[in-house]
Ligand binder design. Structure first.
Ligand code: TYD
Ligand code: MG
Length: 452
């Protein structure tokens, strides 16, 4: 009898789901052309656990409180939720050339002094890494380097050196010799990551994985990669800007959506300690169509300028373009402005931009968006010492947003004098910064009147 062919199945690059048969579209997530063949590894027999599994009661379990290892960079520590955790695995994604390798080289060089750090480069030669290290001034930090693209030697080296931090740059260049697929394929990425993660958890090593992103900004490789790690960080920037935003999109050890701000200089990435300043353009004289809001990214309040341009549309279908804020929300807000504010923009093109390349994903930007639109439409500047925030509902009501007092404190710190806020966000007088005059509104119409 002929030996049974090894069973193969197909994994989806997008969702990580498997199917026994190839198809043009993944039956799991509906993505097209995303299935890759994966030869199933020989099943490891059952019963390998040996003996009864031990079930414990929660109170019996002793857990040491996690100690944080500071990275030496305040902004990175902030995004990580207070520093690195032993055995923690961090996935760092971002466009090519944005500074992933630079950030990690700087960070681990700082950590190399205590406990050893191993930087595995699968993309660049050791000479290239050395040149970059010289450029950012960490060449003498005693960092250990390895240029390697196979997982097995990486793990062997890590077992020998026992570094406290291991960096793999990047996970897409790594392959497992035991797995037959090409480097960068889902199966390889998944298997290589799984082995590295297992190593990190068993030895308490901090593991950084660099992940490439695809055209549409996802970390290449299956979604399962994001599930395997403890923390997922994304590096973003506004094109052409030297500022870089590092965002935690998932963090088992801290707040998600936490934001760190860096600037790419000639000699490496430097943290920006007072980031509100870069999202504000202080105009000499107030200009129409610009309003300042206080948003919150993770646990940090941030001042961001929202710009609007409203212009009569030459087209029969006017354009609504939103950069840095949600486009559907913009359409909804314009409808509310029409219905409850009596201001029609039906025949106009409306452009909205959050300055500095920041993405605002909270509803506190509703009121600033509408008032900037109004300001542009009427050619009336909003006074430059005004700041605002608030959610606008479909019934034209202005709803409170979380952490109002903190936002007000940030505005006061930057010298704003007037704050237009939801009535329900009004803090007790004792908690309100004395330099701020509050103007509260319950309805959109009141907010519009306040600006006259
Ligand atoms: P890099 O860290 O290689 O990006 P990634 O690993 O995300 O692909 O960053 C490379 C870019 O950063 C490159 O365009 C040059 C620039 N750069 C500086 O401007 N200053 C520096 O000190 C360094 C090291 C790089
Ligand atoms: Mg790189």
């Amino acid at each position: 009898m002929a030996p049974a062919r090894p069973r193969s199945s197909f994994v989806c690059r997008e969702c990580g789901g498997t199917t026994p048969k190839w198809a043009g579209q993944c039956p799991g997530c509906g993505a097209w052309n995303s299935l890759e063949e994966a030869v199933a590894a020989p099943a490891s027999g059952r019963g390998q656990y040996g003996g009864e599994p031990t079930v414990k009661r929660l109170p019996e379990i002793q857990a040491e409180s996690e100690t944080r290892i500071g990275t030496g960079t305040g902004e990175l520590d902030r995004v990580l939720g207070g520093g690195l955790v032993r055995g923690g695995v961090v996935l760092l994604g971002g466009d090519p050339g944005i500074g992933k390798s630079t950030l990690l080289l700087e960070t681990v060089a700082g950590l190399a002094r205590d406990g050893g750090a191993l930087y595995v480069s699968g993309e660049e030669s050791l000479e290239q890494v050395r040149l970059r290290a010289e450029r950012i001034g960490v060449a003498e930090a005693g960092l250990q380097l390895l240029a390697e693209t196979a997982v097995e030697p990486v793990l062997a080296a890590a077992e020998r050196i026992q570094p406290s931090v291991l960096v793999v740059d990047s996970i897409q260049t790594l392959h497992c010799e035991a797995v037959g697929s090409a480097p960068g394929s889902v199966v390889q990425v998944r298997e290589s990551s799984a082995r590295l993660v297992r190593f990190a958890k068993q030895t308490g090593t901090v593991l950084f994985l660099v992940g490439h992103v695809t055209k549409d900004g996802q970390i290449a490789g299956p979604r399962v990669l994001e599930h395997m790690v403890d923390t997922v960080l994304y590096f973003e920037s506004d094109s052409g800007s030297r500022h870089r935003l590092l965002r935690a999109v998932k963090n088992r050890f801290g707040a998600a959506n936490e934001l760190g701000v860096f600037a790419m200089l000639d000699h490496g990435l430097k943290e920006v300690k007072n980031p509100s300043a870069i999202f504000l353009t202080r105009h000499e004289t107030p200009v129409p169509g610009s309003g300042v809001m206080v948003t919150r990214e993770g646990t940090r309040p941030l001042l961001v300028e929202i710009q609007a341009l409203v212009a009569e549309s030459p087209a029969s279908q006017p354009r609504r373009v939103a950069v840095g804020v949600d486009g559907n929300r913009l359409a909804m807000l314009l409808a509310v402005l029409h219905r409850h504010g009596g201001v029609a923009t039906g025949g106009d093109d409306v452009f909205i931009n959050a300055v500095g390349g920041v993405q605002i994903s909270e509803t506190a930007s509703d009121l600033p968006i509408l008032l900037s639109v109004l300001s542009s439409l009427r050619d009336q500047p909003i006074p430059h010492d005004w700041v605002m925030f608030g959610e606008v509902g479909l019934a034209g009501e202005i709803r409170p947003v979380p952490n109002g007092s903190e936002r007000l404190a940030e505005a006061a710190k930057h010298g704003f004098r007037y704050a237009l806020i939801p009535a329900k966000n009004q803090p007790p007088a004792s908690q309100c910064p004395s330099s701020l005059t509050l103007i509260t509104a319950d309805r959109l119409a009141e907010a519009i009147d306040a600006l006259r």
